[in-house]
Design a protein around this ligand. Structure first.
Ligand SMILES: [Zn+2]
Length: 261
């Protein structure tokens, strides 16, 4: 499936003015147009592309195995193909893109073994993350997380698959942000994006309402400053999803249709 034939995302206001009406699955952040870092424009452009492709993966607008066309992305971001290749290299390091000699770049299609390993790491990291978070979270940060969950609830209610997928995954990155540790935030963003590909390929049930209810329970434990409960709940939450993974991947295009139904 060609990236260019994708439906436009539901929130056109977030798209850059240069975007074509029927345009790509990859959103162009507005900063890519007017906020370039004059000191190091090429690294900034690379980061923008890495960020935009990662977002498109988290929102399930790019599917496992889908080809990424270098020239189209270069045109879209107004950068050279060298910059796009640098972004692909970074995305390949993050295991979100697979580079094939002479064939180009493809959205990664993780194996079930990799999927289970990613979930195992998330459980190791997020349990401890919540223990530390409970000790330091401020009232303002709690309010921010509650606001996130309200948005999540609204997206689940109106069955906005793209928004709810993004918000459900982002909740975990928002939790990481509370600790103010950028290494942890980057790691969580990477793990969450990999999980987005994994659930699309292997998840047998897509129960957004349960995921949302579990997020509410986690936040309640955080608010009650109950570190043991918060850590146990996040562990259970991740295990639930992990147990829903099937051994054989579903065809991504069918998976996508099912989720959108
Ligand atoms: Zn979750």
């Amino acid at each position: 499936m060609s990236v260019a034939r994708k439906l436009p995302p539901p929130n056109p206001t977030r798209r850059a003015p240069l975007a074509k009406a029927d345009a790509d699955a990859i959103p162009m952040p507005p900063e890519a147009v007017d906020g370039a870092d004059a000191a190091n424009p090429s690294s900034t452009s690379t980061e923008h592309i890495v960020h935009a492709v990662t977002r498109a993966i988290v929102e399930h607008r790019l599917l496992p195995g889908e080809k990424l066309v270098e020239q189209k992305i270069a045109d879209r971001f107004g950068v050279s193909r060298t910059i796009v290749r640098q972004a692909f290299n970074r995305l390949s390091e993050l295991k979100l893109v697979r580079l094939e000699p002479a064939r180009g770049a493809f959205v990664a299609a993780p194996s079930i073994t990799e999927a289970r390993q990613v979930f195992a790491v998330r459980r190791m990291v997020e349990g401890q993350m919540l223990r530390e978070l409970v000790a330091v979270i401020t009232t303002a940060q709690l309010r921010g997380l509650k606001a996130h969950l309200r948005e999540e609830r609204d997206a689940v209610k109106r069955i906005d698959v793209q928004a709810r997928t993004q918000l459900l995954f982002d909740f975990h990155v928002e939790l990481a942000r509370v600790l103010g540790n950028q290494v942890l935030v980057d790691l969580m963003a990477e793990l969450v994006a990999r999980c987005s590909l994994i659930t699309l390929m292997y998840q047998s049930a897509d129960d957004a309402e349960t995921s949302h209810a579990e997020h509410i329970a986690i936040l309640k434990a955080i608010e009650a400053r109950d570190a043991d409960a918060a850590a146990a709940l996040v562990d259970e939450h991740l295990l639930t999803v992990e147990h829903q993974l099937t051994e054989r991947p579903r065809a991504p295009h069918i998976a996508h249709r099912t989720r959108s139904a």
